[in-house]
Design a protein around this ligand. Structure first.
Ligand SMILES: [Cu+2]
Length: 136
């Protein structure tokens, strides 16, 4: 009888530890994803995005979505050999908030975002190039 109680207790403890571990693993994965999203840095226009295809994996701008705090800057860098732009809105519906003009290869463009919001942008030369800045 005592053995049964002990073994039931042990099984219960093993189940509890397993549940606790699976929860802790889950929260670690969540943290990694959040860290990936919160990037206080640059957005790159990589090579070959002047041809369609980058939109399939949403990497015409890398990262295509950047989350920053209010008042922070974002710097875009053109690492391609073609011209690109960072222009607010969508190709069909530009929003006139900002426009880098044509960025030469290796040229960069920096904006400061003082207002909370979601800012979509695109490249005026390549309609498939889309990105988003989220200001919190
Ligand atoms: Cu472009």
């Amino acid at each position: 009888m005592l053995k049964q109680i002990i073994s039931i207790g042990l099984i219960g403890a093993v189940i509890l530890v397993t549940i606790a571990l699976s929860f802790s693993n889950y929260s670690i994965e969540e943290n990694v994803e959040e860290t990936d999203l919160i990037i206080q840095g640059d957005v790159i226009m990589p090579t070959k995005v002047s041809r369609p295809g980058c939109e399939i994996n949403d990497n015409c701008y890398i990262p295509s979505q950047i989350v920053i705090k209010k008042g922070k800057q974002v710097t875009w860098i053109n690492k391609d050999s073609a011209f690109h732009s960072v222009t607010s809105g969508f190709y069909d519906v530009p929003s006139d908030l900002f426009d880098s003009g044509y960025l030469d290869p290796s040229e960069s463009y920096t904006l400061t975002f003082d207002e909370v919001g979601t800012y979509d942008y695109f490249c005026t030369l390549h309609p498939w190039m889309n990105g988003q800045v989220i200001v919190e």
